[in-house]
Design a protein around this ligand. Sequence first.
Ligand SMILES: Cc1cc2nc3c(=O)[nH]c(=O)nc-3n(C[C@H](O)[C@H](O)[C@H](O)COP(=O)(O)OP(=O)(O)OC[C@H]3O[C@@H](n4cnc5c(N)ncnc54)[C@H](O)[C@@H]3O)c2cc1C
Length: 559
Amino acid sequence: MNPLFDQRRYLIPFRSGLLPQIFTGVLVIGGGVAGLRAALAAAERGAEVILLTKGPFEQTATAWAQGGVAAALEPGDTFESHVQDTLTAGAGLCDRDVVQMVVEEGAERVRELFEWGMRVDAGDDGKPTPGIEGGHSARRIYHAGGDSTGAEIQRLLTERVRAHAAIRVFEKCFALDLVTPSDEPGSPVMGAITHHPRYGLQMIWARSTILASGGAGGVYRETTNPPQATADGLAMAYRAGAEIADAAFVQFHPTALYLAGAPRLLISEAIRGEGAHLVDTSGHRFMRDVHELGELAPRDVVSQAIVRQMHKQGGRHVWLDCRHIERFAERFPGIASRLKQFELDPQRDAIPVHPAAHYTIGGVRTDADGRTSVPGLYAAGEAACTGLHGANRLASNSLLEGLVFGDRAGRKATNGNGFTSGGGGAPSSPPVPIVSDIRPSDHAELDLADVRSSLRSAMWRNAGLVRNGPRLTDLAEMLGFWAKYTLDKIFDEPMGWETQNLLLAGAIIARSAAWREESRGCHVRDDCTGTDDAFCAHDAWRRGRDEPTRTPVGEALVS
Ligand SMILES: Cc1cc2nc3c(=O)[nH]c(=O)nc-3n(C[C@H](O)[C@H](O)[C@H](O)COP(=O)(O)OP(=O)(O)OC[C@H]3O[C@@H](n4cnc5c(N)ncnc54)[C@H](O)[C@@H]3O)c2cc1C
């Protein structure tokens, strides 16, 4: 990775003493499932909490989640079965203790959602009716509104957060960087510098900071993620000296809507579960030639088969044919109404689909309590790498992870570090002055939209579904070149900061993918096929280090 990526500690120049000062016990960056659950847990333990979201509340990956949340709650299902399914999907890289803990505590967290009033889909007797998804060996996927589970969880948790007197919510408030007294990795995080369109730059000082800022899907041209998924958390944690683990692992979803100009709407696996066919441009059901499970083969198998078929035929997408599925709109109301916005009726039209980046498995490395390698900094949800998903995520395990790690990080963040019971925990004055000096760049003005689109295309081509050494080397060179005249700039609005974060996240993903000379889970290289025991470890990278820390699977991620 070009050393330029390691040079800048902060995105902008500032002097903390000259900015408005805000104090809190716990700062939570992110208002999806992980951030909301963390804020509630910290506030329940008596902490004063500030929660930031960079967009409106409902613009999160959480609110977009369709399928459901997994929990082994039904008679006949067992924790062990859920654990085994997770380990199988994770292709040898899951940490078993973490999986066991998430499966067991996750069941409690999901039951708690029901008690709090989640409108879970239920039968005539009022009992929730879980569904089944690829990779699960029992019916344990709890859903709401058919295909609107995430929106329901977002609604429920947002209402509770808004009703809690100890939680202040700053909506549309962009966190630029985590602040530390020194620029050396290991220096403790003491809050963040933020920007609000009305109030400008502000210093938020906190005893503990929880990063729950979601994933990095926006680094790819094709993604199912909301526009907010620009890897800000990953990038700011890296700049602050935290370790980023398993970045090579990005899960691609096989079926996203593919229409010029339309967002890549996820077309849920559940539709293939109901019998939808994948057909190529000549109407052939090609998945039957590829895998015994046909359209229900694992996600990475289906994604790769689609790409191969498109290359063979020269097409830009394949088709998902649902015309024979009865009562489609009743069963999948959310998807049907989104398709209608593009004049598509699944009962009449085949749907053009294409794989897209879906879930960021790697992230800020944490232990089982959400603690990162930097004192004062916690991470939860898609921003974190906890060891749960290993090399591939089992469907519907991520909302679960957000609930469990949000709760754990929220509780842990109020332990020690100046918190006294019921005292709120906010520092009363700025702990240290922090100064960031950056010289303005003498390079030319930039067309930011063009940089972003070039980056996303390059990532898709060179670090997408199938990778190899030469293409990853080319990618690293391209990113390094763009970094020369993009990372030296000082921007004054989110589009610029996000572009710088995306570029850094792209470089971190590319470096991890180049290092991992094997194919495992969702990381596929056509020059290193098959798994290699030498890589049965987590790779974690830190600013200023050329080599990763390798942690064998099962050992604590953060000591
Ligand atoms: C289309 C789709 C369908 C999915 N379906 C499922 C499913 O059925 N089941 C399942 O388990 N998982 C599913 N997932 C994955 C799951 O939704 C996510 O992994 C999970 O919701 C992530 O939650 P989170 O709290 O970590 O982040 P998010 O929900 O993405 O929230 C991130 C928050 O961070 C804030 N933020 C980001 N950057 C900044 C910044 N710089 N400053 C301030 N705030 C910031 C954002 O504003 C947002 O509030 C799906 C994902 C997608 C995209």
